[in-house]
Design a protein around this ligand. Structure first.
Ligand SMILES: NC(=O)c1ccc[n+]([C@@H]2O[C@H](COP(=O)([O-])OP(=O)(O)OC[C@H]3O[C@@H](n4cnc5c(N)ncnc54)[C@H](OP(=O)(O)O)[C@@H]3O)[C@@H](O)[C@H]2O)c1
Length: 401
């Protein structure tokens, strides 16, 4: 059987790993027809992928890159398109399996468009579910599709549950590497540069998720993702620091038995799982040599050192638009940090103040429609933007004085 496949965010870290796996599946005799590949601005990489995979359409979000894409694909007969609406249109073309690997809330509309077709959604884009989890899951259900998590922790929980409802679990335990600053003091972290923050100890990932991981906001987003995906209150979701990242997460059942999923720290593992689910595909993963690893260690996270974990729990407790606001403020603050406009520790401070400001003015009400989720997102970007400018002014003044 040939499966029709779309890869949203095909030029990114998860997107390129996905195409690797599709290539392996094809070499093993599986039929793969690429419906659409999409990127933001990397026309060169998208064109190279398109020439190899011959998709129905190759879409670049930035319209000013369309000419470059067209000229690179000239004479190939491959359809091209550009712009945000074109990404959504391509995502909504009939497909059997869609990898959602755009970074940030920019992935939400395309993921929803794909979900409406009833395709199986392999979800890497955690910001979509954080911003509009109940809406997205509702669309998947209404269209009769499936959603398979790709985030390694959620894939581990999904695999550990083995089809059981998470209601049968006493606890979901999300493991975390602790990030590159696990052993640093707050004072040491105050001088972290973007270069230091993007170098993750075990995974090579996109810049935004690397910074999220370094401040443990990634784990905060994952608490929210787990709460929505597995319909579990945050009080039953625990975080455990496990620097070796061999146990990708686990489930403690009501009978006291814990079931964990283990594997080498390689994102291709959960992507293969999402591709082959409900079967298991053979994949040449490096063997898991526990004897060579010797010991696995664990400790509780330091929530004072990493306030992002508490912020995520608080936003779930507030409910309504709070997770969407938290996510938007974080996107704005991470971008400002990567641009060297604010310091590393200011990211969580800006997220916290955004939640407080919007909470005080009653702007975190429940989200019943997509437009309400985007309204909260936009408003949080605005509030965080003011706070970022304020933080910059404060720093410039402090330096000047
Ligand atoms: N990397 C990991 O190990 C990992 C693990 C778990 C979950 N995730 C999640 O998976 C998602 C992707 O992560 P990543 O590390 O693969 O990110 P990445 O390397 O930065 O790739 C992002 C992809 O999205 C495209 N893109 C960026 N902005 C866009 C926009 N506004 N509209 C349309 N497309 C856009 C990029 O295109 P260009 O190449 O043209 O910029 C690229 O194809 C994130 O939500 C992340 O949290 C990643």
């Amino acid at each position: 059987m040939t499966r029709r496949v779309t890869v949203l965010g095909s030029t990114g870290s998860v997107g390129t790993s996905t195409l690797d796996i599709l290539g392996h599946a094809q070499a093993g005799g599986e039929g793969v027809e690429i419906i659409a590949l999409t990127a933001n601005d990397n026309a060169a990489a998208l064109a190279e992928q398109a020439l190899k995979w011959r998709p129905g359409v190759a879409v670049i979000r930035r319209e000013d890159r369309h000419e470059e894409l067209k000229s690179r694909l000239a004479g190939s007969g491959i359809e091209t398109a550009a712009g945000e609406a074109a990404v959504v249109e391509a995502a909504g073309r009939p497909a059997d399996w869609v990898m959602s690997a755009i970074v940030g809330v920019a992935g939400l509309r395309p993921t929803l468009a794909a979900a409406r077709t009833g395709a199986t959604i392999a979800l890497a884009n955690k910001e979509s579910i954080v911003c509009a989890g109940p809406l997205l899951l509702g669309v998947v259900k209404a269209a009769g599709g499936d959603l398979v998590p790709v985030d390694s922790e959620h894939s581990a929980i999904f695999q550990s549950l083995g089809g059981l409802s998470a209601r049968k679990a006493a606890k979901l335990v999300l493991t975390s590497s602790g990030g590159p600053f696990r052993t640093w003091t707050r004072q040491q972290m105050s001088g972290v540069t973007p270069e230091q923050a993007v170098s993750h100890p075990n995974f090579s990932m996109g810049a935004k998720i690397s910074v999220d991981s370094a401040q443990m906001m990634n784990k905060g987003l994952e608490i929210i993702e787990a709460a929505y995906l597995f319909d579990t209150p945050e009080t039953r979701i625990e975080v455990l620091v496990h620097p070796q990242q061999i146990i990708h997460s686990m489930v403690e059942m009501l009978d006291g038995s814990s079931i964990a999923q283990l594997g080498p720290p390689d994102m291709r593992g959960p992507i293969v799982c999402a591709w082959s689910w409900p079967e298991r595909l053979s994949w040449p993963a490096p063997p898991l040599d526990l004897a060579a690893i010797g010991s696995l260690t664990f400790h509780a996270p330091n929530t004072e050192q990493f306030p992002a974990l508490g912020l995520a729990r608080e936003s779930l407790r507030i409910g309504g638009g709070a997770p969407a606001a938290m996510n938007a403020a974080n996107e704005a603050a991470v971008a400002a940090f990567l641009d060297r406009r604010i310091g590393f520790l200011e990211i969580a401070a800006i997220v916290s103040e955004t939640l407080e400001t919007m909470g005080r003015s009653g702007e975190l009400k429940s989200i019943e429609a997509l437009e309400a989720a985007f309204a909260v997102h936009e408003r949080a970007l605005e509030v965080a933007g003011h706070l970022i400018e304020g933080a910059r002014a404060g720093r410039v003044k402090a330096k000047g004085g």
